[in-house]
Design a protein around this ligand. Structure first.
Ligand code: PHE
Length: 338
């Protein structure tokens, strides 16, 4: 009897602990507890039967059964803690399952204005033009005066200007502004370098205007300038024609018409044929002798051509955009398309 009861205890310990090692949730663990340590659990019943044993046996078996009970209770507690801390770990946002495949984040891309500026810059770079940068806050002197637009010249009306309330003259006249075009860079480049010059200057410009589908108060321009001995209108035509063919396709037709800008003479605008319509894309002309003189060049030795175009306008053409205001509205649905 004693031996068999002791064996029984041994067996209960062995079986219960084997079962316990694979339990990893609290519900199964509770069933395990009921099975062995519950009111009618195997070990509990065995403990109860100890009182029916003769005294000597009672001592031995009782001690063995009690220590078995303590052992199982200890293991039960341990297991419960392990399961709970495991649950915590898997609910914790810090835990990382390194076996999961990676999630790709959104990748940014270029704004349509930037795309067009880059494309235009690369075409002119290949023709030997250098890309130069210039200030958006500009002096009246460069934006107007050195470009043959003195104070009170009616041509100032072509450029609705954002004047800046800093560096006013003694009589209160404004001297600084947000550049209304990139042409002031013509004067800056000529003033600081000597011919031969071949540069393009992309950058932001500002005009104090009501906005509508074709006008924005902030936009880009790309200025071009070539100065050397013997530069003629033929060079201007060839350069711009070549640009149009590379930008819009080899069959593109172009049209030059007379136009007026105070800093060129003669002045023209150029249109391209696009879907059966003539669309004006830039202003150009031969650098005015007064502009050459203002930067200290002798117009009897040097001549040059200049042009200015609007990349937003060209982007609208190329991509079929019907409203220039889209460019600055930061609407992700618009921007995603480029
Ligand atoms: N700056 C002129 C404009 O903003 C464009 C232009 C540039 C015209 C260079 C002729 C030569 O309209």
């Amino acid at each position: 009897m004693t031996i068999s009861t002791l064996n029984q205890i041994e067996l209960i310990i062995e079986n219960s602990l084997t079962e316990l090692t694979v339990i990893d949730d609290l519900e199964t663990l509770e069933n395990w507890r009921i099975k062995y340590l519950g009111r009618s659990g195997t070990l509990t019943q065995l403990l109860r039967s100890v009182s029916e044993l003769p005294l000597e046996q009672r001592k031995i078996v009782g001690a063995a059964a009690n220590s078995a009970k303590n052992e199982l209770e200890g293991k039960l507690l341990q297991r419960r803690e392990d399961i709970q801390s495991n649950d915590l770990k898997s609910n914790n946002s810090d835990s990382i399952d390194i076996t999961l495949p990676g999630r790709r984040g959104p990748i940014g891309h270029f704004h349509p204005s930037t795309l067009v500026i880059r494309e235009i810059s690369s075409i002119f770079s290949q023709m030997g033009f250098q890309v130069v940068d210039g200030p958006e806050v500009e002096w009246d002197r460069y934006n107007f005066e050195m470009l043959n637009i003195p104070k009170d010249h009616p041509a100032r009306d072509m450029f609705d200007t954002f004047w800046l309330d800093i560096n006013r003259e003694v009589d209160g006249a404004f001297t600084t502004l947000l550049r209304t075009h990139t042409s002031p860079m013509q004067a800056r480049v000529m003033e600081t370098t000597s011919p031969p010059i071949r540069v393009i200057i992309p950058g932001k410009c500002y005009r104090y205007e009501a906005t509508d589908a074709t006008h924005e108060s902030q936009f880009h321009q790309i200025e071009g300038l070539a100065v050397d001995k013997g530069i003629t209108f033929a060079n201007l035509k060839h350069t711009l024609f070549e640009f149009a063919r590379q930008m819009f396709g080899p069959e593109t037709r172009v049209r030059f018409r007379c136009d007026y800008f105070p800093f060129v003479e003669p002045g023209v605008d150029m249109s391209i044929e696009w879907n059966g319509k003539w669309l004006e894309i830039l202003g150009a002309g031969m650098v005015h002798p007064n502009v050459l003189r203002a930067v200290g060049y002798d117009p009897s030795i040097y001549s040059g051509f200049a042009f200015g175009m609007g990349p937003e306008r060209i982007a609208m053409l190329k991509y079929g955009i019907n409203d220039i205001r889209h460019f600055l509205q930061s609407d992700i649905r618009f921007l995603r398309q480029f």
